[in-house]
Design a protein around this ligand. Structure first.
Ligand SMILES: *Cc1c(COP(=O)(O)O)cnc(C)c1O
Length: 481
């Protein structure tokens, strides 16, 4: 009789199952990357999918792990299909999955150095690299965390501690506070302020211009409105870029405003900060980012890493200790927390944290930074090509000229705004269900737009031509001209 616990940890069994899983994943990649007619989006409706794995879990084994793992592949959403131009989620580098596997197996949690020494060092090197891209020196610091939403919360907690005027971590909120942010801000910043107990109204929206960028001239009025509501304003959140349209709030004038009013400047660069690696974008769209107090940067968006790995970066490194400035002396021996930078848990929402830095650090080393720069360059060029196709067509229109790799456009349909909005939604459905594409949609000032993120390294102009052709065909099938 085999001991099941012993068998589960048998290295030879792992080797055998590991090869089988790798074979299945390689086959998935081969099929998905060739961009066959099946398309990226394989998901059935939830009820049908529920029938695929009916019933409840049983006492007895249901099959070997390799088979059961491989069985998931056909039903997943295939981001590696080059027709995937949907949300801002990367088709990760295949090698990242290998790094993730090792990281998962080692399970070196990171609250304290002793539990994850290699991961702590890898995280340190990633943070130093990202801070260097911003233009910050060795007095900067930061941490990795699970996603831009937690990242924004972490940065805003530090901002509150720095600007509220008392020790909020100990004493709680003394007043009602607010941050100013573009009317196009990501909903995670509103969640963050509600989590901090500020209720609705913790974000005072600032007017945007015709390209959906925060209008610096509107900051004063927004500050006045928040104050008139009895809120003490602690800072400004610049979205670089916004989620819907990829619009970059202009950092220099916002930084000037923050300096004048002694406000914290947080740059939500979840998507856009990666473009720091692209010199032209650095010099234009992200100009002045080094003046920020904090920056959030998702590596699972434009750095080809699997979700989630987010950097929360602080210009003044010691701010990194103020987000969760509680005494955790049983963990840190009561010492100056900065002297123990390597005990990362004192600065993160997480206690046990996955080794987020190891895959990112090893892949940045393995491919070289130039590889990522080349990727960004190509995505930007392809986006421009796509925008030109739309501009030069008679039946599609752009919402705005894309600033990076997010394109909002729509088919010029007939009828009322409602009818045209509904048409876009139907065209999107048809493209997903039959055309080998995945795209999303967004709403701007009551108008529905098709929304694409050019994020797959192997998407090309022909495929984007194909997307337009597919949408056009669907529109004509409906009697549009
Ligand atoms: C994606 C995004 C977020 C949220 O990040 P997650 O990693 O999905 O939690 C926040 N802000 C902006 C601007 C984003 O684009």
């Amino acid at each position: 009789m085999v001991d099941p616990l012993q068998a589960a940890y048998d290295p030879e069994t792992f080797r055998r199952e590991g090869y089988a899983v790798i074979d299945a994943v390689a086959e998935y990649l081969r099929t998905a990357l060739t961009g066959g007619p099946e398309g990226p989006f394989h998901a059935m409706d939830p009820a049908t999918l529920a029938q695929r794995w009916p019933g409840s879990l049983s006492e007895e084994p249901q099959g070997d792990p390799a088979t059961l793992i491989a069985d998931l592949l056909p039903y997943a959403h295939h981001l590696h299909h080059p027709g995937y131009v949907g949300h801002q989620v990367a088709p990760p580098l295949p090698a990242a999955a290998l790094a993730e596997m090792v990281t998962a197996l080692l399970n070196n949690g990171m609250a304290i150095y002793e539990m994850g020494p290699v991961n702590v060092l890898c995280e340190r090197r990633v943070i130093e690299f990202l801070n260097g891209q911003i233009g910050w020196d060795a007095s900067s610091d930061g941490i990795l965390t699970h996603g831009g939403s937690v990242g924004n919360l972490t940065a805003l907690l530090a901002a509150r501690q720095a600007k509220a005027g008392h020790d909020v971590w100990r004493q709680g909120n003394h007043e009602s506070y607010a941050f100013l942010a573009s009317a196009q801000n990501h909903y995670s910043v509103d969640r963050a302020v509600r989590l901090m107990g500020w209720g609705a109204g913790g974000i005072e929206p600032v007017e945007v211009d015709e390209k959906y960028r925060l209008r610096p001239a509107a900051l004063s009025a927004a500050l006045g409105r928040a104050q008139a509501r009895g809120r003490k304003v602690l800072g400004v959140i610049a979205s670089d870029c916004t989620t819907s349209t990829g619009s970059f709030d202009p950092i220099e004038p916002i930084a000037d405003f923050c300096e004048q009013h002694d406000l914290w400047l947080h740059v939500d660069g979840a998507h856009g900060a990666s473009f720091l690696l692209h010199p032209e974008s650095r010099a234009t769209l992200l100009q002045g980012i080094q003046r920020a107090d904090s920056v959030v940067w998702d590596l699972h968006k434009m750095m080809l890493m699997p979700a989630l790995v987010t950097a929360v970066l602080f210009r003044e490194g010691r701010r990194s200790y103020e987000a969760f400035a509680q005494e955790a002396s049983y963990l840190f021996d009561g010492a100056d927390p900065e002297a123990q930078w390597f005990n990362i848990g004192q600065r993160t929402l997480e206690c046990t944290k996955r080794g987020l830095g190891a895959p990112a650090y090893t892949l940045l080393r393995a491919y070289g930074v130039g590889f990522f720069r080349e990727y960004l360059q190509r995505m930007l060029a392809l986006t421009q090509t796509f925008a030109r196709m739309i501009r030069e067509s008679e039946d599609f229109e752009l919402a705005i000229e894309p600033q990076v790799n997010i394109v909002c456009f729509r088919y010029r349909g007939r009828g009322s705004r409602e009818q045209q909005n509904a048409l876009q939604a139907r065209l999107r459905r048809t493209a997903i269900e039959s055309g080998g594409f995945y795209l999303v949609q967004t709403q701007l000032d009551g108008v529905v737009w098709l929304r694409t993120t050019v994020i797959h390294p192997l998407t090309d102009a022909a495929r984007l031509e194909g997307l337009l052709a597919c949408l056009r065909q669907a529109a004509r099938a409906e009697g549009e001209t």
